[in-house]
Structures are given as structure tokens and as C-alpha cells.
Design a protein around this ligand. Structure first.
Ligand SMILES: *[C@@H]1O[C@H](CO)[C@@H](O)[C@H](O)[C@H]1NC(C)=O
Ligand SMILES: *[C@@H]1O[C@H](CO)[C@@H](O)[C@H](O)[C@H]1NC(C)=O
Length: 242
């Protein structure tokens, strides 16, 4: 029911800002590989539906925004090097682009079942990955290898939560690019302190990043908040994939 309400709300939003959204009915669509794109959200380090909150010396290299919420707090002392849009049209277009990417990811395939719910210690080629449990995690390092296709995408589909432990990291080798990593989270994502991630993280509800972590990519909260503490977020607008 909540998903349906969300689609209805964003359809109204999309009408207002002049974009069309896809409404894939996953059961009726043959799984296929469709390269994902962050579109107008790609220049954002963080975009939230409700609130964007930072504590301490966060540095976002890129744009920052909320839509439809208008509460952006903690800047300063946090720094957003690009534009800050609190409920403005730019942020609403970015939020709509996040939802499009989230929906398109649900239709991506063929999917590959991961051997374990924790990505730590795994080395993976480009692909669309599902987890053996509804929640997934990263403890330690996961290596994403672009050897078979340096423009390939690494798409992780989680039914519920994603939790990266403290000091966890995503390593990219053989030309793999952060802009081509997508972590699609059915509820909320929690990124542990001092983690170094490289991914677009799209959460149905919220994204909480603990003290002193970094990410290369976009953080999107489709219905809730993005919460930051002394973090470094860097957008990847130079993607060479698509
Ligand atoms: C490499 O990945 C890109 C992006 O997913 C895709 O469009 C392209 O077809 C892939 N190339 C090969 C040779 O598979
Ligand atoms: C894109 O820019 C980031 C730094 O902003 C850099 O780390 C990354 O290697 C660049 N990617 C490409 C494909 O040039």
C-alpha cells in the first residue's frame, strides 16, 4: 500500500516538474539488462525525501537537496560545494531520477544469486546480484572487477536493509567505476564509521552514514532522511559507461 501511495505521489510530482516516471510491474516484465543511470541526480552527493542532516565537518563535493521536504541542517559547518536545493525544482527532479533508477533496477537482469549475505571477501564481475536473505551486509572489503567490461555495472538488490560495518570498503579494480555501482535497498541503509564506499546507494526509506565515512557516488533516500556525521561524499559526474 505504501509503495502504491508513493508512486501516486511521485506521479503527481512528476507532472508538476514535467518528467515521466516508469511504473514497472516486475511480475509482467521479462528480466533484462538495462544499464542504470542516475540522470539528473548524478550531480548530487546526497538527496533526501524528508531531511538532510549533517553533524560536524561533512564535505559534499557536489549538490545537496531535499524534496518534498525542506529541512537541510548542519551546513555550515558542513560544506556542500555545489548548489543546495531545499524542496526546489532541481532537488525534485533529482529525487524523481533516484526513483526512476530504483524502479529500473527492479527490472534489471538476469540476476545472479550471491553465495553469502555478506559481501566481505568476495570478488565480483559486473552483474545484477541478489542476496540469499532479505537483508545484506558488507564487513571488510568487497572487490568489484571490471576486467570483463570496464563499463559494466554492479547492481545489488536488497529486499530490506543494507549495513556496511565500520571500516568496510568497496575496492574497484581493472577499470571498474564507482558511478556504475548501485546498491538498491528495500528499506534503509546504514554505513559504518570510517567506511570507504564507492556506490550509488538508493534506499526506499533512509540512509545513515556514521562518523568519518566516505562515498563516491550518490546517496538517495526515497521516503526518509539522509543523516551524515563528518563524512566526505563525492559525486561521479564523469561516468564513462553510457
Ligand atoms: C559493458 O557494460 C555496459 C554497461 O552495462 C553495456 O552497455 C555494454 O553492452 C557492456 N559491454 C559488453 C561487451 O558486454
Ligand atoms: C571521475 O572522477 C573521480 C574524482 O572526482 C575519479 O576518482 C575517477 O577516477 C574519475 N573516473 C573517470 C572514469 O575518469
Amino acid at each position: 500500500m505504501y509503495h502504491i501511495l508513493k508512486f501516486t505521489y511521485l506521479a503527481v510530482l512528476a507532472t508538476q516538474v514535467g518528467v515521466s516516471l516508469s511504473h514497472p510491474s516486475v511480475e509482467n516484465i521479462e528480466k533484462r539488462f538495462v544499464p542504470l543511470s542516475m540522470g539528473l541526480a548524478s550531480s548530487y552527493g546526497a538527496i533526501a525525501s524528508m531531511t538532510l542532516t549533517s553533524t560536524g565537518n561533512t564535505l559534499i563535493t557536489g549538490n545537496c537537496g531535499t524534496c518534498p521536504g525542506t529541512a537541510i541542517t548542519g551546513f555550515p559547518p558542513g560544506v556542500c560545494t555545489g548548489t543546495t536545493s531545499a524542496g526546489g525544482t532541481d532537488a525534485c527532479l533529482a529525487e524523481a531520477a533516484c526513483l526512476s533508477a530504483y524502479n529500473n533496477a527492479q527490472a534489471a537482469g538476469p540476476t545472479v544469486a550471491l553465495p553469502a549475505a555478506d559481501l566481505g571477501g568476495q570478488t565480483l564481475a559486473p552483474g545484477v546480484y541478489t542476496f540469499p536473505t532479505s537483508a545484506g551486509s558488507l564487513t571488510g572489503s568487497v572487490t568489484l572487477d571490471g576486467a570483463t567490461n570496464s563499463s559494466g555495472q554492479f547492481i545489488f538488490l536488497l529486499a530490506t536493509t543494507f549495513e556496511a560495518a565500520a571500516a568496510s570498503e568497496i575496492l574497484l579494480i581493472n577499470g571498474a567505476q564507482a558511478c556504475n555501482v548501485y546498491i538498491i535497498v528495500g528499506s534503509s541503509a546504514t554505513i559504518g564509521a570510517a567506511s570507504a564506499l564507492q556506490a550509488n546507494i538508493l534506499a526506499y526509506t533512509s540512509v545513515a552514514v556514521k562518523d568519518g565515512a566516505s562515498n563516491n557516488g550518490v546517496l538517495c533516500a526515497l521516503n526518509g532522511a539522509v543523516t551524515l556525521i563528518n563524512d566526505a561524499l563525492t559525486t561521479q559526474t564523469n561516468c564513462s559507461s553510457l
